[in-house]
Design a protein around this ligand. Sequence first.
Ligand code: M6R
Length: 357
Amino acid sequence: EKGTYPHYMLKEIDEQPAVLRKIIQAHRGPDGGLWLEEDTLRAITEADRLYIIAAGTSYHAGLVGKEYFEKFAGIPAEVHISSEFGYNMPILSERPLFIFISQSGETADSRQVLVKVKEMGHPSVTLTNVSGSTLSRESDHTVLLHAGPEIAVASTKAYTAQIAVLSILAACVAGTKGKSIGFDLIQELGIAANAAETVIDRKEDMEAVAFEFLQLSRNAFFIGRGIDYHVSLEGALKLKEISYIQAEGFAGGELKHGTIALIEEGTPVFALATQPELSANIRGNVKEVTARGAHACLLSMDGTAEESDRIVIPAVHPLLTPLVSVIPLQLISYYASLHRGCDVDQPRNLAKSVTVE
Ligand code: M6R
């Protein structure tokens, strides 16, 4: 039930800190360290390469997950859009493991890949919010997201849950391989949950941003580098899905290879600059677009922020920033949709789970 909330989406955005805390609890072992079901852990650890398969927002979470598996555990990982994978299969490694990410567990595009790789005899793990869903039943292992029912068509809390669970999976695999990830993930996820709460408390400011940057816009750009680039894709998807503003996410450095031609007087550009070592580069990209008339909204993090930055999130571990930086983007999309009189929870042409290929 949405209770006093005007829309499910707003309620689900608000639930994110609690979901993160629930995930931490669910993966805490008796010794206080990270815990993952043994068979699942073994299956992932035995693989020489991971193939992450998903659609939409879940695909965007997969892009972040790849970073965790490679950086924490040293396992190469590829992320594929499920609707493309079936007929465009890459050369598989000797011991591949397939990770399906699906909030609903019912996405037909992802299921057709699962059917195919099962026929080929490859092991699979599904990350889903729905126990007993098709993908969960048909894959070898399931890891639950603990996000609670997600009703709004626009996925919000499932995205952050997927990223948190992927970080835990990767850290557990690292542990099994005797690798240190260099920081205390449980503690850092707790810090991220608190930071998420702080951002959620700034709704009025996000509403003001939506009004200032998007009220009259027909299009918008989201740019970022590294992990911020992955989040920019999600920010753009959220905006187009519920506000019908044409929005695209781009790698900051790629803009000048063509897309910058679209920048004109007043074009909104949301630039993510949370990564300390990439901050200077992305700020350079912001200068390039503002010189051409763009109306830039910079989103940075405490520690690397500059005075003129419009949105500053509290400091979290640089690899966990998506858990927090996506929230202002979700809220901005929410308010843009609301002020344009769109149907926030049930956008046109879309269904919550896409059960046709
Ligand atoms: O249930 P799934 O995670 O498999 O769904 C995948 C996409 O259809 C879904 O994430 C979609 O992109 C959302 N509506 C985005 O907000």
